[in-house]
Design a protein around this ligand. Structure first.
Ligand code: SF4
Ligand code: SF4
Length: 99
């Protein structure tokens, strides 16, 4: 017999839930670690540096691809450039259920 799986569902349309990372541009070195790490494809390099010396700063290109309550990229960024909202403020948007 299959055991029921624990799943999560959102209790509002994703576009109405302002959960996504923010990047402090002055801290971002354009290393690309966050883009490589995040499977849902939230990040994309921003405008290239006109001088061509520096890597493009990362941008949050697809904010609503971000998984509500995920915070994993915050710990991946070597520069501390990524912040996410407080999970406590968004828990009411996510319901766990057994399927
Ligand atoms: S919090 Fe998770 S899903 Fe959202 S951008 Fe970071 S790694 Fe991707
Ligand atoms: S991991 Fe941090 S420093 Fe590297 S590109 Fe992403 S935000 Fe910028």
């Amino acid at each position: 017999m299959n055991r029921p799986k624990k799943r999560k569902r959102l209790l509002a349309p994703r576009e109405e839930i302002a959960w996504f990372p923010m990047i402090e541009a002055s801290h971002c070195n354009g290393c690309g670690d966050c883009q490589a790490f995040c499977r849902p494809g939230v990040f994309s390099p921003g405008t290239p540096d006109p001088s061509g010396i520096y890597k493009a700063k990362m941008s949050v290109a697809n904010p609503f691809n971000c998984i509500v309550l995920c915070t994993r990229c915050e710990h991946v960024c070597p520069s501390g450039a990524i912040t996410l909202p407080h999970p406590q403020d968004f828990k009411h948007f996510v319901e766990e259920y057994l399927d």
